[in-house]
Design a binder for this molecule. Structure first.
Ligand SMILES: [Cu+2]
Length: 480
């Protein structure tokens, strides 16, 4: 299933060599296999954008056939991949006939089904692309979503005997258009929090959204997980007659020197020999486990799309054969993840600043916290002072321009340079405003309000915060 992306580059790096050893299947160079690349765009990205778009996608093969691998990316002009601390592919989902079929997040997992399997492609299928591209800066950008695929035309001899796979989508928030959950620092046992297992309120309406009941006998042929920073692994399980067995654990391998805190990561996918026989009535379920020692992880995800084929295809019975084998990394460290941030002070240290004016309200405007923004010189940069027991209200005036901001607690001094691993939501007192802004309910990150109040019972002292959407935005306030 996995393959090394950008083969020419991958073999030049140490990680690439390891990968090549683990996943001998490089490019599929059997006769009849075409290597196609498509690009969707240009997409004009507004300053600070963090919204979701759904568009018709006509970038696809001209003839019927089978898709056997899929490698997504995001590029600027001239095929340059933007740094992930500047522009980031929050997600892209390729919908085929309205069904989610291929997907990517910033971990850019590459998928390849085992030889002899492929996603059936018909030129009359309806394709759409759902994309959420996040601009971490106040600058305009122009990008393309790209994907490489290996494709076997239906009239090619290589297409003979191909078995069709479909994508069975498994998501802990299945059925939700913006399927996210919050993981708060310190929750769960031993610094690990598993969703939904460790959240008694994961499904307030009582409907477990992380399950799929097999409606036919089938064989699973591959899967890999999608997590966000902080994510450690996602598990796929099968339940039959009251017994549950784990089918696969997709682990996050962090290249990030600071540990499990950034997008400098690759997920493991099932090895090419992995096959699991599923019977009608079996329950497949998914969970996601996050590290909670270093910070809170807001708007996290845990998704495992599974390639599945009807009937028997050499699958093992997971109750008699151990199918939960180690996975294979789908790529090595990617150069777009090289700016980790936090290595030196890039801002004023709020603890050392004199008091700013006393106030009960701060307006966020033009990507600046109106009072106490750590990038501002003089009085404007000093922490606003609020009386103990009184709330401080933040109002996002940029919401009118469809720009979301957050006020998210970080550990003092929170003044390191911005990068993929800094700042983190690691304040000693946890607070987060949510995305202050407006959008269709349940379809965007928007909290659908433009203001937020600090928690009422804050101890005296200085507090630092940042914007999760635009991490270069830093601020502070002081309780007296
Ligand atoms: Cu912001």
């Amino acid at each position: 299933m996995p393959r090394s992306r950008r083969p020419a580059l991958a073999v030049l790096t140490l990680v690439g060599l390891t990968l090549a050893a683990a996943a001998p299947a490089q490019a599929d160079d059997r006769p009849g296999v075409q290597h196609l690349q498509f690009r969707f765009g240009p997409i004009d990205i507004k300053p600070g954008q963090n919204t979701i778009e759904l568009e018709v996608n006509d970038k696809r093969p001209k003839v019927d056939g089978y898709i056997t691998s899929f490698r997504p990316n995001l590029v600027r002009a001239k095929s340059k991949v933007p740094p992930v601390d500047v522009i980031h592919l929050h997600h892209a989902v390729w919908l085929v006939n309205f069904q989610p079929t291929f997907a990517a997040g910033e971990e850019k997992t590459e998928i390849r089904v085992p030889k002899g399997f492929g996603w059936r492609y018909r030129s009359k299928d309806r394709w759409m692309l759902n994309h959420m591209i996040h601009n971490l800066t106040p600058n305009r950008e122009r990008v393309w979503v790209t994907w490489d695929m290996d494709f076997i035309p239906a009239d090619s001899s290589a297409a003979k005997g191909m078995r069709e796979v479909k994508t069975q989508w498994l998501d802990v928030q299945g059925g939700n258009a913006y399927p996210v959950f919050d993981v708060l620092r310190g929750r769960g046992a031993k610094g690990r929090f598993t969703y939904p297992d460790d959240d008694p309120n994961a499904y307030p309406d009582g409907v477990a959204r992380n399950r799929w009941v097999a409606d036919r006998d089938a064989t699973l042929v591959g899967t890999a997980g999608h997590l966000h920073p902080g994510g450690l692994y996602s598990d796929l399980r099968l339940t039959r007659g009251g017994r549950t067995v784990r089918l696969f654990r997709s682990r996050a391998k962090y290249y990030e020197p600071a540990g499990p805190v950034s997008w400098d990561v690759s997920m493991t996918a099932t090895p090419s020999r992995w096959r699991v026989a599923v019977r009608k009535g079996d329950i497949l379920s998914v969970s996601g486990t996050y590290d909670t020692r270093r910070g809170s992880w807001y708007e996290s995800m845990a998704i495992m799309p599974v390639a599945i084929t009807n009937g028997r295809a050499g699958g093992a019975d997971p109750f008699t054969t151990k199918v939960d084998v180690p996975g294979v990394l789908t790529h090595g460290h990617l150069p777009e993840n090289d700016n980790h941030g936090g290595s030196r002070a890039g801002y004023q240290n709020p603890s050392r600043l004199p008091d700013g004016p006393s106030t009960d309200r701060v307006t966020v405007n033009g990507f600046l916290y109106g009072q106490g923004d750590l990038s501002m010189p003089g009085v404007a940069g000093r922490p606003p002072v609020v009386t103990a027991g009184q709330p401080l209200t933040f109002v996002n005036a940029d919401a009118k321009r469809n720009i979301f901001h957050t006020i998210t607690s970080c550990k003092l001094p929170c003044n390191g340079t911005s990068g993929i691993a800094f700042p983190l939501a690691n304040g000693p007192v946890e607070f987060d405003s949510g995305n202050l802004g407006f959008g269709p309910q349940g379809f965007t990150a928007a909290a659908n309000r433009d203001r937020w109040q600090t928690p009422p019972a804050l101890d005296r002292g200085t507090y630092a915060f940042f914007c999760r959407v635009h991490p270069f935005m830093r601020g502070s306030f002081r309780v007296k």
